[in-house]
Design a protein around this ligand. Sequence first.
Ligand SMILES: Cc1ncc(COP(=O)(O)O)c(C=O)c1O
Length: 478
Amino acid sequence: MTTETSTTDSRHRAWSLMAAPVASSGKTQITAVATAVVTDADAAGDEIHASLRSRIQGLRCRNCHRPEAIGPSFVCPACFGPLEVVHDREAIRAQVSRAKIEARAPGIWRYLELLPVDETPARSLAVGSTPLLRADRLAHELGIAPGRLHLKDDTRNPTLSFKDRVVAVAAARAVAFGFDTLACASTGNLAGATAAAAAALGLRAVVFVPADLEPAKIDHALSYGATVVPVRGTYDDINRLSLEIADEEGWAFVNVNLRPFYSEGSKTLAFEVAEQLGWRLPDVLVAPIASGSLFTKVAQGFEDLVAVGLVADKPVRFIGSQAAGCSPVAQAFAEGGDEIRPVRAPDTIVRSLAIGSPADGRYALALARRTGGSVEAVPDEVTASAIRQLGRTEGVFAETAGGVTVAGLEQAVQRGLIGPDDEVVALITGNGVKTPDAKWFGVETGADARGGEATGSGGLASTIEPSYAAFTRAGLAA
Ligand SMILES: Cc1ncc(COP(=O)(O)O)c(C=O)c1O
């Protein structure tokens, strides 16, 4: 992990450098002690100052580093690079501690000091503090040692995906900026999350989705009273349209003009994982990639924790996973190049990850390379099989992105990128009830085929009469 050098560390180093060359002389020893005393007083003063300082410094371009004021803006006016939030890590270090966080109620706001909001929002859904499950049965099938594989079960958020995290942070900022309409360009899960957050905050919600999206996801957003706009086009078409609407209508698009704040919400996954591991980082983090925001922000979340002194630094390998039918980042990784070639017509059952032109693709690629990880591409049949495997072994029903994650993890183990004793955390980011048919992709239709799972257990049996004789005749007795 890369970390910023803290002022305390550099002061300590300066003190040692001054004292070391003259340690044998009584006179210079006194000088060294005097320096140390002054430095301690300085440190105490600085710490009080840091504890009062604003934690949020502003926005900054990720490419050219030009600073921008905090506001609903997302693109650098100088180089068109993405803007991101700049935190004052010294101030955060002075304001936060493990004990302070642990004493707070569950949910993402327990990490308030690490997030780009000034105070805990008065209203929001109960987002975060999802369980980190020890997944020994899945680990056994994948060839990972007992106790070494953990699943971050984000299927249990209010609208059944991790998108509640990013929306919660963006919505808090939308309220602070005075917007009355919350909107988004969605591949499915974001629509429900935006709709629900808007309902809880009393804002209007308008969500834009591909017209051929899974019906369950459209219905989900509708159930929170949102206006759902089906658009004949891909996610990338919708994203372009949203840029125009955000500009013309002055709406808060959580993943467009509020993107710097939205993306920070994914860091809460990193904070929770580290806290749930006992304030430690894992060896390997496996996550799905669509725009690449989640993947890269989890890494930044780990870096933040190290920088503010909440966890010890250690290398973490980042393994991303995409559906083969829309895998621009995995393709670039496999080819060894830097160019992410957009996928114009995604062709996959994994609709939640179907972004052909990923905004944070090149940062995701660089992260996988820099940390010794990888980006895997998973065929749809394998994704479907992984959804069934996860349900069968661990009792977790994932939507397609979860299947891609488990399958990507398995591929990485098979290719020797993950060893049996590595401590692995896989992010299961969405719930299977939203994509109920996906798990059968590639399986022949009909009750018999569904009953014939590889393990020989489970599956849909034939309909029987309500008698014990019928039950035994169907071969269901133990
Ligand atoms: C369930 C789920 N997981 C993961 C992702 C990937 O998110 P990102 O666009 O931040 O890469 C998405 C994106 O929509 C999603 O719906």
